[in-house]
Write a protein that binds this ligand. Sequence first.
Ligand SMILES: O=CC(=O)O
Length: 334
Amino acid sequence: MLKGETPLPQNGHRRNSMAAITGEAEAEAPGVVFVHGSPPFGLPFKDRLLSRFQLIHTSELAESSHVKVMLCMDHTPVTSQTLHKLPSLECIVASSAGVDHIDLPTCRLRGIAVSNGSQAFSEDVADYAVALLMDVLRKISAGDRYLRSGLWPAKGDYPLGWKLGGKRVGIVGLGNIGSEVAKRLVAFGCGIAYNSRKKRPSVSFPYYADVCDLAANSDILVICCALTSETHHIINKDVMTALGKEGVIINVGRGSLINEKELVQFLVEGQIRGAGLDVFENEPIVPRELLELDNVVLSPHNAVVTPEAFEAMQELAIANLEAFFSNKPLLSPI
Ligand SMILES: O=CC(=O)O
């Protein structure tokens, strides 16, 4: 949220009905849910939704002026034009952790509450961030390629990697995912510090309000913050210079959190040690130079996807929709 902005509402609306006024029992009509985009619904999930709600799809947008809640199960942009066509909208239930595909300023202006899905898969994303970090430091994928290409007998042992324990890790964004990353890396014997919008009073790790200061005091940066107009290119050449030649960057947030051109240049010129990247600025296009580099581990935006996380995310989406229709607080408001 930008300074001075009002927070998004948290399902504080009240729905009146004649039954509520007269105290009579009201026949429960299924709540109407506008399904945005073309979600990759599995059949069991769709059936569960249909047993509770009436679903209206994007093709029926013209008839959706009365709809109060939207379900977003993919990253199709929710633009101000989309929102304009839904004048009664009060709530958006998103399945993703990142909600940068939703026009949040318009939601704020219109008083539309938004929930996300990060609770459901923060552990899986954190596992993946640590796996990428371990891979970059210990050169697991690079060693695998070396072995498979038959070079071991011909050229001898592959160069050694570096120890994870004892490294100073700077976490950019200590939300659900960042906190899980911290928990895991503490267990590996790393020192943790963090940057986020505000210092978190309940957290004892050192806080740096400035990302360059965090980088100057870290060996590794793990990027897990939300992409907003404030965090766009939060990792740039100044931050990478502060991190230094032995520094490693892991990104499980969004590609545009890093100035990708500058990152490529720093990696190609050996001005940082390596990177583990699950996300890119122009997905699914990945800069060609990165494909040539053995100090970079590349992953096709896969950190969130496990069947277990998918299941948990569906539960959370249904729970948020039910909370909306029973006028209770959303479970995962942003
Ligand atoms: O990247 C995936 C998500 O935001 O859920």
